[in-house]
Ligand binder design. Structure first.
Ligand SMILES: *Cc1c(COP(=O)(O)O)cnc(C)c1O
Length: 440
C-alpha cells in the first residue's frame, strides 16, 4: 500500500513514512492509493463479529506488508482495549458510544493506534536510537488522548500545545499532569494559533529532521485509519433488517468524518453522512457556496469542535474530486449555536434520561435539522464522541445538578499541573523544542 499527498507534488510513500512524516513535504495530507475495498462478505458478516476481528480485517489492506499478521494483531488488541457499544434511543436513533477509552472520548482510538504504529514501524532512514518527537496542537480532547496514548512509550517524546484558558480545567489536568515524556505547553493564543505553530515547525526542515518531528493531529493518517473501524462495528450492532443507516458525525477538524468516508469507500453501506458543526461553519458554508473560507475560530460549548480552518477538508475535497456538489450528495452539513446545544442537552435528558455531552448534542441537532429539512426518517447512528462527565461544568450547569465524575477523571483532578507557557510565536516554540531535545 502506498500513500499519496493530496497536494500532488510529493512522491507516494509507505505507511511507515506517512505516519512518521505526518504532513507530506508538499504541505498535502496523505491518503491511501489505491483506496482499499473489502469483499462484500466482510460487511455482510459484521453482526456478531468481535471488535478486534473487524479491526484486524478492515485495517490489514491499509497496512499491507509493513506489519506481519502477529504484530498487527498486537497493535489492534492494544488499541481496541475497550468496548464500543451501540445503545438504542428514541425515534430510530442509535448511539455509538465512542467514550469508553482511557480519556473518555473517541480520540483515544486514533491516538492509541498511532502511538503503537509509530513504535512498530521502522522510521525510514532515521536513527532508531533518536526519540521521535510527537508535536500536537489541541483544542481540548486531542491533547489528553495523545498524551495518555504515548505516555511511557519508549523512543517517543510528546509536546502538546493548547490554548491557555481555551480548554476546560479537566482537559488541562488530563494533558498537563502526566510528566515524563509528555511536555504540556500552554500557548497565549487560540487553537488556530497552536495549529499554525505546529504547521510552522513542520515546515522548517532543519528543525523537523533534527528533532524527528512527527504529528499526532488528525492530519496524521495513522490517526484516521482505526477510526474507520468503529463505523463498521457500529453498523454491525444495529438490529437485523435495519438497512443502511444515516451516520451523524459531530465535526470540527473533520478527521472523524474523513474516516467515515474511508469506511464507505471500503464498501460499508451507509445511507448518508450528516456532519453537524457548532458555530464554526466552514463545512456547511463550503457545501452551500462551493468556496472554502477558513476563518478565526469561535469559542463554543462544544470546544473540541472549535476549528476555523479544518485540516481534513483538504482530504475530503480530494476524495470528492474537488466538487462540492458531489460531496454534498454524500454529506449533509448543518451548524448549531450554543443556545440550541443547551436546549438539547436539557430536553433530551428530561425526555429520555440520556445525558449528552455538548458535542454529541450538536450531532442530535444535526439529525433533527436533517429530518425536518428532508422528511427522511431513516434510522441513524449518532456518534457519541465524548462522555458527558468530561464536560461536567457545562452539562451540570445546564441541568442544574452536578454530573458525577468517573473514577478515572476523579484521580487526575488531584495531580499538580506540569506545564510550560509560551507566546504564540514560532521562535518561542523552536526554543522550547530545542531545549527539550537537550540543545538548550
Ligand atoms: C475532536 C472532537 C470532535 C471533532 O472531531 P474531528 O475529527 O476533529 O472532526 C468532536 N467531539 C469531540 C468530543 C472531540 O474531542
Amino acid at each position: 500500500m502506498r500513500y499519496r499527498s493530496t497536494a500532488g507534488q510529493a512522491p507516494p510513500v509507505s505507511l511507515a513514512e506517512a505516519v512518521h512524516r505526518g504532513l507530506a513535504p508538499d504541505g498535502g495530507l496523505y491518503l491511501p492509493e489505491p483506496m482499499p475495498r473489502l469483499p462484500g462478505a466482510f460487511f455482510r458478516e459484521l453482526p456478531g463479529r468481535p471488535l478486534a476481528a473487524t479491526a484486524r480485517q478492515l485495517l490489514a489492506p491499509y497496512v499491507g506488508d509493513e506489519l506481519d499478521a502477529e504484530r498487527l494483531d498486537e497493535v489492534v488488541a492494544e488499541t481496541f482495549s475497550f468496548p464500543i457499544p451501540v445503545t438504542p434511543l428514541e425515534g430510530g436513533i442509535f448511539l455509538l458510544e465512542l467514550f469508553h477509552g482511557p480519556t473518555l472520548a473517541f480520540k483515544d482510538v486514533g491516538a492509541r493506534f498511532l502511538a503503537r504504529l509509530l513504535a512498530a514501524l521502522e522510521p525510514p532512514g532515521r536513527d532508531p536510537a533518536e526519540p521521535v518527537t510527537v508535536l500536537v496542537a489541541t483544542s481540548g480532547d486531542t491533547g489528553g488522548a495523545v498524551a495518555r496514548a504515548f505516555h511511557g512509550v519508549a523512543g517517543t517524546r510528546v509536546v502538546v500545545l493548547y490554548p491557555e484558558g481555551g480548554v476546560s480545567p479537566l482537559q488541562e489536568r488530563q494533558l498537563a499532569t502526566l510528566g515524563g515524556n509528555v511536555v504540556a505547553v500552554a500557548v497565549a493564543g487560540s487553537f488556530d494559533d497552536c495549529q499554525r505553530l505546529v504547521k510552522g515547525a513542520f515546515a522548517d526542515p532543519a528543525l523537523a529532521s533534527r528533532l524527528a518531528l512527527t504529528s499526532a493531529n488528525s492530519i496524521n493518517i495513522g490517526r484516521l485509519l482505526p477510526q474507520a473501524v468503529y463505523y463498521a462495528h457500529g453498523v454491525g450492532q444495529l438490529p437485523a433488517g435495519t438497512g443502511a443507516p444515516l451516520v451523524v458525525v459531530p465535526s470540527g477538524n473533520l478527521g472523524n468524518l474523513t474516516a467515515g468516508i474511508l469506511a464507505e469507500r471500503a464498501g460499508l453501506p451507509l445511507r448518508r453522512f450528516l456532519a453537524a458543526v457548532n458555530a464554526n461553519a466552514v463545512l456547511p458554508d463550503y457545501l452551500a457556496s462551493g468556496v472554502s473560507r477558513p476563518r478565526p475560530s469561535v469559542a463554543t460549548l462544544a470546544n473540541a469542535m472549535d476549528v476555523g480552518d479544518p485540516s481534513n477538508l483538504a482530504r475530503l475535497r480530494d476524495l470528492f474530486g474537488d466538487d462540492p456538489r458531489r460531496m454534498g450528495e454524500r454529506i449533509w452539513a448543518s451548524t448549531h449555536d450554543d443556545e440550541a446545544i443547551r436546549r438539547t442537552i436539557s430536553a433530551v435528558h428530561h425526555r429520555t434520561g440520556t445525558l449528552l455531552d455538548p458535542h454529541t448534542a450538536v450531532g442530535w441537532l444535526g439529525l433533527d435539522a436533517y429530518r425536518r429539512a428532508t422528511g427522511d426518517e431513516s434510522p441513524a447512528l449518532l456518534l457519541a464522541t465524548a462522555h458527558p462527565a468530561k464536560f461536567g461544568e457545562v452539562v451540570g450547569e445546564i441541568l442544574g445538578e452536578p454530573v458525577p465524575l468517573p473514577p478515572a477523571l476523579e484521580r487526575c483532578l488531584g495531580a499538580p499541573l506540569e506545564r510550560r507557557r509560551i507566546p504564540a510565536e514560532a521562535a518561542a516554540l523552536e526554543r522550547l523544542l530545542r531545549e527539550e531535545a537537550g540543545e538548550g
